[in-house]
Design a protein around this ligand. Structure first.
Ligand code: DC
Length: 384
């Protein structure tokens, strides 16, 4: 099975615990961890160190091509210099929030984020990971907490770093930053519609981590199941299509009838064989219920009718529906078809490996079951 890396996105407001939790989740899953907030911070620091005001959008844009950000061993480097601590000051808090509103900056960093995450299992953390940067990610989390709780957490963090600031000031700053992040025109902070929202106000770090890991495992299982299903049906459809087309060619010889553009898919073949087996099925209901491209099926049935193999009779209660019956010629052909079908099927199966045959059998069984249920319902509906 082809390998698809898993992207876990964690978005949310400042102070919700994204970094602490994101890092630990990545560690336990053995994934790469990418803190995109740190990239906006490093970008802001780069501009300030070069004497550029963040308000001067043109100058910021002009210097962007020289921005050199690198992650190594959980540290962030700017032009080869470790700036992991420097970007965590209140001054950079403000500057990063401002710089993140500049479209050219977002474009540049979005591109860089996709580049870093490409081809690897990764936990990415930020504001727009699930909505803009990785909209197809399979495990999206939106982590939030009340503004008060986030302000307390931020205060403890700043105290530890030696920045003593009052709780009220921090709370005000957090609210201001929330407003700026959620109300900005470009990539505003919001939960993706398919994200798992976790409010961490009354949860411990460990509880949040456990919830996320459980969710990621669930999503990964779903992803693999979906992939298996699509690979299965693809190969079965191909295989059946192959058999069907071989069969049709055999008919053409038998009938001396030219059907140049006759190219059936496996599903259509199933319907046709089913029609040969059970008569009186409703064409349109079957076509719809079995997700078959009905114009092609209808065309196929037109040809079969032209060849005098089937007869369609209108269903009085549904103007679009027909009952399909085999003519005498059709009955004769059906017997040949069933015999030929068996032979061609066996020949095709001979070329497959044992495991593939098992998968095929299982799928064929499912397909037939679907057909049977569809046919039963169609008959019930017609009777009703
Ligand atoms: O998560 P943080 O506080 O380190 O982020 C710093 C700033 O960067 C914050 O004001 C929001 C902004 N940011 C963003 O706009 N998009 C991201 N993906 C990450 C952060």
């Amino acid at each position: 099975m082809e390998y698809t890396p898993l992207i876990v996105t964690i978005d949310g407001p400042a102070g919700a615990g994204k970094s602490t939790i994101g890092k630990e989740v990545a560690k336990r899953l053995g994934f790469l961890y990418l803190d995109t907030g740190a990239m906006y911070r490093a970008c802001a620091l780069f501009m300030l160190e070069n004497g550029i005001s963040i308000d001067d959008e043109e100058k910021v844009k002009a210097l962007l091509p020289h921005l050199d950000i690198l992650f190594r061993n959980g540290k962030i480097f700017l032009g080869g210099r470790d700036v992991s601590d420097r970007i965590r000051s209140p001054e950079i808090d403000k500057a990063a929030s401002k710089i993140s509103r500049i479209p050219a900056v977002r474009d540049k960093l979005t591109q860089l984020q996709r580049q870093i995450a490409s081809g690897t299992n990764v936990v990415v953390e930020g504001r727009d990971m699930g909505t803009i940067v990785f909209p197809n990610a399979k495990a999206k989390i939106f982590l939030t907490a009340s503004a008060d709780e986030r302000a307390w957490r931020r205060k403890r963090q700043l105290d530890e770093q030696g920045h003593i600031i009052s709780f009220d000031i921090i709370l005000r700053q957090i609210k201001k930053r929330d407003k700026a992040d959620t109300e900005r025109d470009i990539a505003p902070l919001r939960a993706a519609s398919d994200a798992l929202v976790i409010d961490s106000t009354r949860l411990t770090i460990e509880e949040v981590i456990e919830r996320i890991i459980k969710f990621v495992n669930r999503q990964e299982k779903k992803m693999n199941k979906r992939k298996e299903a699509s690979e299965f049906s693809f190969s079965v459809d191909n295989c059946l299509g192959f058999i069907a087309n071989r069969l049709v060619k055999a008919f053409l010889k038998l009938l001396d009838y030219k059907l140049e553009d006759f190219n059936l898919t496996g599903a259509q073949f199933c319907v046709l064989t089913k029609l040969f087996e059970e008569e009186g099925l409703t064409q349109t209901q079957l076509a719809h219920r079995l997700y078959i491209e009905s114009p092609t099926l209808v065309r196929t049935l037109d040809r079969l009718e032209e060849a005098g193999l089937i007869e369609r009779r209108r269903v009085p209660s549904d103007r679009r529906a027909f009952h399909i019956f085999l003519t005498e010629k059709g009955h004769k052909l059906k017997d040949t078809l069933m015999q030929k079908g068996k032979e061609v099927h066996e020949a095709a199966v001979r070329g497959l490996k044992e495991k593939e045959i098992e998968m095929l059998k299982e799928l064929l069984f499912k397909l037939w079951q679907n057909l049977e249920n569809g046919a039963k319902e169609a008959r019930k509906e017609t009777k009703g």
